[in-house]
Design a protein around this ligand. Structure first.
Ligand code: PEP
Ligand code: MN
Length: 440
């Protein structure tokens, strides 16, 4: 057994029972023969960037859908998400004057862990939807049956999405010269849009000044964009792992960064064991049940060489717990001395509104981010960035924000297949608030 296969046979949470083993073997064989989506060199570059975040010289912005769908792998959905991510990044870069490492929760986020194995609507109980890579959202026994051929569709949907992201970010559309264009449909209708427009105008003036001085650096015209998703379905991740001939190390080439969810981070479980043997940068979500000892053991297991940029802890404690739960964790990890990038996922503040729709309140997100900054500032560690669930569309899934979206408005455009996402206005609102925190 090669070292990257040692996870097999260990307790493994959140895997679908694939009903057809013959079809499953053939799907895995096909995935093994397909080209990787990213390269080891790119994964190493991202690790270098994350090392800069860990030193306090940059921040991470990681975001996208809770769960991508195959139907959403279209030009407009992808470019809208990208421009939204770029707008948030520009606000952070301009207002806080720090480089922003842009990581999409994109081009592979097709599987989600579930909190309940079944879903009941009225008198029908069906297996839970686990993401398009596993089963269908439709409420029927057929759709909810895991279908391993979906893994191939996930690969192809990831590939076409990443291709468009690469073209968009390298080919000129992400140039700072386009900063007004990203905001075009947005300016007049929104105070956040108008606030963004003022930044865009200042950026234009700075670029014109640089141009007049004969300076036109490439960094103005292209954006480094990195892909990431939760490494949930380990058979899929293993099938896209390759040995890098240059270093002899194994990389999971389905995305640049993979993270382990809060539900699958058991210290003796398969996901942690799997991640130990791949060289990509790795994220781990830490929920409110995390103990300081868990966090230290995770950093010992996942980053024994204490490599800067290798390990990112994404804390998602909830607004009411973060100020209490996070400090002893940060203290223990700092005392252990292993380098970690600390990122805040403020999205786990969901509740069910009276209409029955699951939502999040914008103010709770801000409260959790405030707590995250307060804890890191008090302990002298770097608040290394944000992990958010959003879409560039004008959906009505989270309440609050600049437009003060009310619970009664949620039904207007509630489209998520999974957790509620911030819309573009709410993302920009969040960006301005976080930029203020970085400046203070
Ligand atoms: C998620 O990121 O959608 C998720 C399920 O997160 P966690 O693993 O933190 O619960
Ligand atoms: Mn989610």
């Amino acid at each position: 057994m090669s070292s990257s296969e040692t996870w097999r046979g260990l307790p493994i949470a959140q895997q679908p029972g694939w009903p057809d083993p013959v079809a499953f073997d053939s799907v895995i064989a096909e995935l093994r023969s397909l080209p990787p989506l990213v390269t080891p060199g790119e994964c190493d570059q991202l690790k270098d960037r994350l090392a800069a975040v860990q030193r306090g010289e940059a921040v991470v912005l990681q975001g996208g859908d809770c769960a991508e769908t195959f139907a959403g792998a279209t030009e407009s959905t992808t470019t809208t998400k990208l421009t939204c991510l770029l707008q948030v990044a520009v606000v952070l870069t301009y207002a806080a004057q720090v480089p922003v490492i842009k990581i999409g929760r994109l081009a592979g986020q097709f599987a989600e862990p579930h909190s309940q194995p079944t879903e009941t609507r009225g008198d029908v109980t069906l297996p839970a939807y686990r993401g398009d890579a596993v089963n269908g959202l439709e409420l029927s026994p057929d759709a909810r049956m895991p279908d391993c051929r979906r893994l191939l569709r996930a690969y192809h949907a990831g590939a076409i999405t990443l291709n468009l992201c690469r073209a968009f970010t390298r080919g000129g559309d992400a140039s700072l010269r386009q900063v007004h264009a990203w905001n075009m449909d947005f300016v007049a209708t929104s105070p956040a849009g108008r606030r963004f427009e003022r930044i865009a105008t200042e950026i234009d003036r700075a670029l014109a000044f640089m141009h007049a001085c004969g300076v036109d650096p490439e960094q103005v015209h292209t954006v480094d964009f990195w892909s990431s998703h939760e490494a949930l379905l380990l058979d899929y991740e293993a099938a896209l792992s390759r040995v890098d001939p240059a270093s002899g190390g194994t990389y999971d080439l389905s995305a640049h960064l993979l993270w382990i969810g809060d539900r699958t981070r058991q210290l003796d479980g398969a996901h942690v064991e799997w991640a130990r043997h791949i060289r990509n940068p790795i994220g781990v979500k830490l929920g409110p049940q995390t103990t300081p000892a868990d966090a230290v053991t995770l950093s010992r297991l996942l980053n024994p060489a204490r490599e800067p940029g290798r390990l990112m802890f994404v804390t998602r404690m909830g607004a009411d717990a973060i100020r209490r739960v996070l400090p002893p964790i940060v203290e223990a990890v700092s005392a252990h001395g292993s380098p970690v990038v600390w990122v805040c996922d403020p999205m786990h503040n969901t509740f069910v509104s009276p209409s029955g729709l699951r939502t999040r309140c914008f103010d709770d997100l801000i409260d959790e981010i405030d707590g995250f900054f307060a804890v890191h500032r008090a302990l002298g560690t770097h608040p290394g960035g944000l992990h958010i669930e959003f879409t560039g569309e004008d959906v009505t899934e989270c309440v609050g924000g600049e437009h003060d979206l009310a619970e009664g408005d949620l039904h207007r455009r509630y489209e998520t297949t999974c957790d509620p996402r911030l819309n573009r206005r709410q993302c920009l609102d969040l960006a301005f608030t976080v930029a203020d925190l970085y400046q203070s």
